[in-house]
Design a protein around this ligand. Structure first.
Ligand code: GAR
Length: 205
């Protein structure tokens, strides 16, 4: 699979991040380590002071702030994101801790090339506080999911999942970091798998 992708020019990623950006950094590191044949064209973040912007600087990747508070409608923010991605020639939309609802306007601009990561085994526990929801429900296995993006929050065809056992005495503070270890492993692999699937189906990558 990876050999097929290596013969192709690097896929051109744009990242959306709201906060820490550890998933963004895991993708950037996978690219630097030549585990993923891609290039991150730009990072868009919506919260001033998001650590994702510092991580972008570390990798020499442009970071652009689109503060959602400056846009009257969700579609207005999404159109601004599309324009920025076009300006930086990003053809994939990778949501990495993007805590805003997106609209069909944004999804339609990246057909077959729009992914999200979520800290649960979807379809269980979509939305915010997924790790807390899993703990409150008393499940034995938590995890994370990378999926293609559809309009409903944290929904769409699943690309990859990883399971994380819940240990006695776990809290969100102890469980979420273990989920994130798996997220960081999963996301670069899921991007590569999606590109490969797209090639198999004759879609652009
Ligand atoms: C990640 O755990 C990601 O799965 C979650 O936000 C965190 C961002 O961490 N996303 C969602 O909950 C989406 N509904 P990061 O900023 O360190 O990558």
């Amino acid at each position: 699979m990876l050999d097929g992708l290596r013969q192709h020019p690097p896929i051109k990623l744009g990242i959306l991040a709201s906060g820490s950006g550890s998933n963004f950094e895991a993708i950037a590191q996978a690219i630097a380590d030549q585990h993923l044949n891609a290039h991150i064209q730009v990072v868009v973040y919506n919260n001033p002071g998001a650590k994702a912007a510092d991580r972008a600087a570390k990798f020499g990747i442009p970071a652009v702030l689109h503060n959602h508070r400056d846009y009257a409608q969700r579609e207005d923010l999404d159109r601004a994101i599309i324009q920025t991605f076009q300006d930086y020639d990003a053809t994939w939309l990778i949501m990495a801790g993007w805590m805003r609802r997106v609209t069909q306007v944004l999804i339609d601009a990246f057909p077959q090339r729009c992914l999200n990561i979520h800290p649960s085994l979807l379809p269980s526990f979509p939305g915010t506080h997924a790790v807390e929801q899993a703990l409150a429900a008393g499940v034995a296995i938590a995890g994370c999911t990378v999926h293609r993006v559809e309009l409903k929050v944290d929904s769409g065809p699943i690309i990859m999942q990883a399971a994380v056992p819940i240990l006695p005495g776990d809290s969100a503070d102890t469980l979420h970091p273990r989920v994130q270890v798996q997220e960081h492993r999963l996301y670069p692999a899921a991007i590569a798998l999606t590109a490969w699937q797209n090639l198999q189906h004759g879609h652009k990558i």
